[in-house]
Structure formats: structure tokens, C-alpha cells
Design a protein around this ligand. Structure first.
Ligand code: ARG
Length: 568
């Protein structure tokens, strides 16, 4: 299918000798159709071409030959407005969706490129909190979308399984482990034990000393300490897996921070050889003050390494293992400085330039709760599996009320409840803090996951009522030229562009917003146009449009990690 932005970009690039890549970033989609389907603001080139915008517009208009699909170009102010032939556009879009079905919108722009997406990364023996839910959902969506665009994609879970606190945990477990049945509620139990041992450490210096000893032993591979630590890890992972199953999220590689312990010496050697590792009160640091990033601690005065050092070792390991073009870290904005520092130090690791440039922190905002039984507690204390279960229960209650005779209520409630939570995590610019409110996220008429699912279900119930459809080549595309139909067609046409901008900005909310707009446009189309029982030619054309919307909604939702119910 012809990419019209690209088409316009190439024509303007040819006429001006400015790169297509630059030109396409300036092309706009005007807010109302009277101003054309695409607009090019000529003032953007005024400086480079040393001409007035109007003069540029006039010259470009003369230089660009019209095409079947671009049928008119007009100059308004300093803008060039392009008008597409709508019947051709309709035909092109509906034929393409009919031929490609659930692959409509996919392309191979990422072919030959490897992208690592690091997401979720909870800490063992600690709760999987609502912030971890958000990275999991955002990361999984990015993973899916990059893959859809032809990238070789690797999903990484960088578990927090290392740190001095494990010296304490081991001691607590040794003392009181027998009092608990760890299998039942392992994380709650481990947190309990941790709180207890912390108290004791504060009261009794000698216990604290023993804990420090334990950590040293763990680092040196003492069999008893390693065995207990492995148990913590297994139990925690089993618990996290329940959440991953509910969300249907997967990883290609699960590696804890501990995996990098024996890989840190090399990092330190490299920094030393480059002459950037400095002593500071017994500790080793890299000074980043010239870049306004303070100092990055690499090794503490007691010789132990820290979080940042393990991240540096992971960069080295990943560059060698995957030769990645991009490595995304989906981590909350509290860690902005950490990643700036780590990326700044990474330039001393001798990794290929493309890997260095490809390091990117995909930063996201906090979630706050307003209602529900967990409202009064801090987000970090909200247990995600309980929250997902509550979402399912609430969805089921809504179904019971709206559609009591429905089949497979449990299965559909899972899709709706989980879909609502996922959508809520993706529907606003991810860097913004967001509010979690049960009534909003489960509102079937709001800008929500369930709303998109509801519109999808409607398209499917129309489709089920149609027994015969002619071949797409026999469809009268000229019967879909009313305002509402054209709005839907235009949106369908833009699906691929939307996916491209999601990966250009690492902003899955663009797809979430798009699916809302498509649903709303379909709803207007549906209200204005009777799909069934009209003149057969009209019916056929509208059913094709209906089915196309169903296909794109389903594909888009799937890319976000949302499943479509059969009934609602
Ligand atoms: N485990 C950390 C946390 O829960 C997040 C890890 C982020 N990834 C990284 N490579 N540092 O806060």
C-alpha cells in the first residue's frame, strides 16, 4: 500500500534537495478535512532555502506532478495542502486489510535489527508492586510492536536478586524459618522475616555483623547461603509467574543482577585503564561533573560493587551476546539519573558505537490509587495479583448485571478485567503519573479497554449476521464516501503510521489513543449508517468496512496485550 507521507516527502525532497527523512517530520495531518489530508508547512524550509514560505509553496506546487491518488494540491497561507482521491483510498485500504487480515499494518522496517527490551525486573523476596505492573505492561507492548515491524526482539527480565539485604534475609530465615510455611505466601513471609531481622539488627550490633558476614559468604559461594538464596529466588519467581500468566507476558531471557557478579572486574579494569576511575574517600567513582551528572559510584569503600556496576556489566554482556541496535530500559522515572550516569560511563567500555547510541531509558510515571479496598495504602504495597483478581471479579459482576445469560462468563471476565488494567496503564503519555480508579477503567462507555472491546464485539455481531459477501473486487467503494465512513477509512489507513510513531517515540499510548479514536469513529459510522437490510451493494460495502474495523481493533489490542472477548 502506498505510504502517502513518504510519497509527499519524496516529491518535496526531490524538488528541494533536502532529505526525505527531514521532510517527513514536518508533514502534518490537518485538523479538518477542508484543509486537505496532508499539509506541508513551507516556513520550515524558509531558512534553509532562503526564500519566503509563499514562494516555496508556489515553486513546490509547480514542481510536483499530481498522481491518481493525490488529486489536488492547494496553497493556503504558507502551507501546501494535499488532497487524496477518497474512492481510491477506500479501495486501497479495504483491499489491503482483506488481503493481509491480522498482518495489516505490519512491515519489515526493522529487518536485520536487534532490539532488547528490558521490562518488569522485580526484586526477589519483595512484593511485585504497581510500578512493576506498569513496566511489565509497557515493555510487553513495545516488545510486540517492534516485533510486528520486523525487528528481532529480545525480552529481558533483569531480576533484582542481589544486595546486602540478602545477608539479613538469610540470617532471619535461619532463625525463624521453621515458624512459617513458606510455600503458601512466600513473598509476604519473606517480607515479614526481613522486617523482623531489621529490628533485631537495630537493637543488636552483633546480629548486624553476622548478617554482613552472611552476605560475604554468599558472595564467596558458601553452599548453605547460596542454597537458601536460591530458594528465595525460586519461590519469588513462582509467585511472579502467576502475575505473568494472568497478563500473558513472556520473556526470552530472565537473568538476575547476580549473573553479572563475575563480570564486573572487567568493567572496573576497563575504567581503570581509561584512567577515569578515581579514588574518593576509599571508594571508586567516575566523575561525570563535566556532563552535569555528578559522580557515579562504582565500588564502595568496603570493596563491594553496586547496582550501577552490575548495570554496566550487563551492557557489556548484552553488547557481546546480542550486538543490539537498541536496548530499551522500561524503568520508572525515579531512576532517570541512574540511567544517565550508567549510559555516560558506558562510553568507556569499548562497546560498538551503535550499541552505545542504542541505550535508551524508557521512563514512565507513577500510579496512584483513588478507590477500592486498597486505596488507603501506598502503591508500593498494593499486591498486583490481588489487584488483577479484583479486576476480573469486578468485570464479572458487570457482566452478571448486563448480560446474565452469557456463556463463558469467567473467561470473558478475565479478558475484560485484565484488558481494562492493561489499557489504563497505556492510555496516557507514559511519563505522566496516572490515577488508578476502578470506576473509570471499567466504564464500558469511557475511553477504556472495555470500550474498545465492546465496539469490537459489535463489529463481530454484525459480521455474524451476514451470510454472503461478494469478492472485494466487486465492492462499490463509491458507496462509502459519506463523512463518517471516510473518517473510519482514513483512520484505518493511518494504522501503520501510528505503529511507526509508537516505535519512533517508544510511546505505546499513541496506539491506545488511536484505538479509542477508531472505536469512536466506528460508533459514529454505525449510528449514521444502517449496515444491514439496505440495498445489497450498500450493505456489502458497509460490511467490508465493519469487518476491517474489527480486524484492526483486534490486531491493535493484541499488540497492547489485550484480548478480545466474543461477547460482552
Ligand atoms: N529491580 C529494580 C527495581 O525494582 C529495577 C531494575 C531496572 N533495570 C536495570 N537494568 N537497572 O526498582
Amino acid at each position: 500500500m502506498i505510504n502517502l507521507i513518504q510519497w509527499i516527502g519524496e516529491k518535496i525532497a526531490n524538488a528541494t534537495n533536502i532529505s526525505v527523512e527531514e521532510i517527513v517530520t514536518y508533514i502534518e495531518i490537518p485538523p479538518n478535512e477542508d484543509m486537505g489530508d496532508y499539509a506541508f508547512p513551507c516556513f520550515k524550509l524558509a531558512k534553509t532555502l532562503k526564500k519566503a514560505p509563499i514562494a516555496i509553496a508556489t515553486e513546490l506546487k509547480e514542481a510536483i506532478a499530481l498522481d491518481e491518488i493525490i488529486e489536488k494540491i492547494e496553497i493556503v497561507g504558507g502551507y501546501l495542502n494535499f488532497y487524496t482521491n477518497k474512492i481510491l483510498l477506500t479501495q486501497m485500504v479495504l483491499e489491503e486489510i482483506e488481503n493481509k487480515k491480522e498482518n495489516f499494518g505490519a512491515n519489515q522496517s526493522g529487518k536485520g535489527k536487534t532490539i532488547l527490551v528490558e521490562y518488569s525486573s522485580p526484586n526477589i523476596a519483595k512484593p511485585f508492586h504497581i510500578g512493576h505492573l506498569r513496566t511489565t505492561v509497557i515493555g510487553a507492548a513495545l516488545y510486540n510492536i517492534y516485533q510486528f515491524m520486523g525487528y528481532h526482539t529480545v525480552g529481558i527480565n533483569h531480576l533484582g536478586d542481589y544486595g546486602t539485604q540478602f545477608g539479613k534475609m538469610i540470617e532471619g530465615y535461619k532463625r525463624w524459618g521453621r515458624e512459617y510455611t513458606l510455600g503458601e505466601n512466600p513473598i509476604d513471609t519473606l517480607v515479614d522475616i526481613y522486617v523482623r531481622i531489621n529490628h533485631l539488627c537495630k537493637e543488636d550490633e552483633t546480629v548486624l555483623e553476622i548478617c554482613r558476614e552472611n552476605f560475604k559468604k554468599l558472595e564467596q559461594g558458601d553452599p548453605y547461603c547460596v542454597k537458601i538464596w536460591n530458594e528465595f529466588k525460586d519461590l519469588s519467581l513462582k509467585e511472579f509467574q502467576k502475575t505473568y500468566d494472568l497478563l500473558d507476558v513472556h520473556f526470552d531471557s530472565i537473568k538476575g543482577e547476580a549473573f553479572y557478579i563475575d563480570k564486573m572486574d572487567e568493567v572496573i579494569d576497563k575504567l581503570e585503564n581509561k584512567g577515569v576511575l578515581k579514588d574518593s574517600q576509599g571508594a571508586k567513582v567516575v566523575n561525570l561533573e563535566e556532563e552535569n551528572l555528578g559522580v557515579c559510584l562504582i565500588k564502595k569503600s568496603n570493596g563491594s560493587t553496586i547496582y550501577a556496576t552490575r548495570d554496566l556489566a550487563a551492557i557489556l554482556y548484552r553488547a557481546r551476546t546480542y550486538h543490539f541496535d537498541k536496548c530499551l530500559y522500561v524503568v520508572a522515572y525515579e531512576q532517570n539519573l541512574h540511567f544517565k550516569q550508567v549510559f555516560a560511563v558506558a562510553k568507556y567500555l569499548d562497546i560498538p558505537e551503535k550499541c552505545l547510541k542504542g541505550l535508551e531509558h524508557v521512563s514512565y510515571g507513577m500510579t496512584r490509587l483513588t478507590t477500592g479496598k486498597m486505596s488507603t495504602r501506598e502503591g508500593t504495597l498494593v499486591k498486583v495479583d490481588a489487584l488483577l483478581q479484583e479486576a476480573i471479579d469486578r468485570a464479572k459482576a458487570i457482566i452478571e448485571e448486563k448480560n446474565p445469560t452469557m456463556e463463558n462468563k469467567q473467561e470473558e471476565a478475565e479478558k475484560i478485567g485484565i484488558g481494562a488494567v492493561i489499557f489504563n496503564n497505556l492510555c496516557n503519555t507514559i511519563i505522566k503519573d496516572q490515577i488508578f480508579d476502578w470506576n473509570t477503567i471499567l466504564n464500558f462507555n469511557g475511553e477504556t479497554g472495555p470500550y474498545i472491546q465492546y465496539i469490537y464485539v459489535r463489529t463481530q455481531s454484525v459480521a455474524r449476521k451476514v451470510t454472503h459477501l461478494p469478492n472485494i473486487t466487486d465492492v462499490h467503494f463509491d458507496l462509502l464516501q459519506d463523512k463518517q465512513s471516510l473518517k473510519v477509512i482514513t483512520l484505518l489507513y493511518h494504522f501503520e503510521n501510528v505503529l511507526m510513531s509508537v516505535i519512533a517515540k517508544n510511546e505505546p499510548s499513541l496506539l491506545a489513543r488511536y484505538l479509542i479514536h477508531l472505536s469512536q469513529a466506528y460508533s459514529n459510522f454505525y449510528n449514521e449508517n444502517k449496515i444491514l437490510n439496505e440495498d445489497k451493494n450498500i450493505q456489502n460495502a458497509r460490511v467490508y468496512l465493519n469487518n476491517a474495523v474489527g480486524t484492526v481493533l483486534k490486531t491493535g489490542a493484541k499488540l497492547l496485550g489485550i484480548k478480545m472477548p466474543n461477547k460482552m
